[in-house]
Design a protein. Structure first.
Length: 123
């Protein structure tokens, strides 16, 4: 039976992290960052936070280094906004799924253009 509490807490953490990341003063944390997903363990002791950047994977990796360095600050701010008995340990991971999806979208678009060109030649 799935635990709905874990899902709710993960979504709350994701939402709050989106706001807290804006307040991090580390120079590595720049650009348009988004929290893609938060995976929590069942006992709520560890959380994997997937971070994506619009600028690309290198920016996301640099931002993850800065966020990992500011993890204590982020956990304290999370604890102010979300009341849990024990705030989970945060592990930030750079996620390139947005760039991957964009690449697949470009491939699909090029295939559609190729089919349109073949239809024009047949007519």
């Amino acid at each position: 039976m799935p635990s709905y509490k874990v899902g709710r807490v993960a979504e709350d953490i994701r939402r709050e992290l989106a706001y807290i990341i804006r307040d991090v003063k580390d120079p590595r944390v720049t650009g348009m960052l988004s929290v893609v997903k938060v995976d929590l363990t069942n006992d709520l002791s560890y959380a994997k936070v997937y971070i994506s950047a619009v600028e690309g994977g290198d920016t996301a990796r640099k931002a993850v280094e800065g966020l990992q360095h500011a993890a204590a600050f982020i956990r304290s701010r999370l604890n102010e906004n979300i009341r849990l008995r024990k705030m989970p340990e945060l592990k930030f991971i750079a996620d390139d799924s947005v760039q991957y999806a964009e690449g697949i979208s470009k491939i699909i678009d090029s295939l559609h253009k190729g089919q349109d060109m073949q239809k024009d030649k047949a007519d």
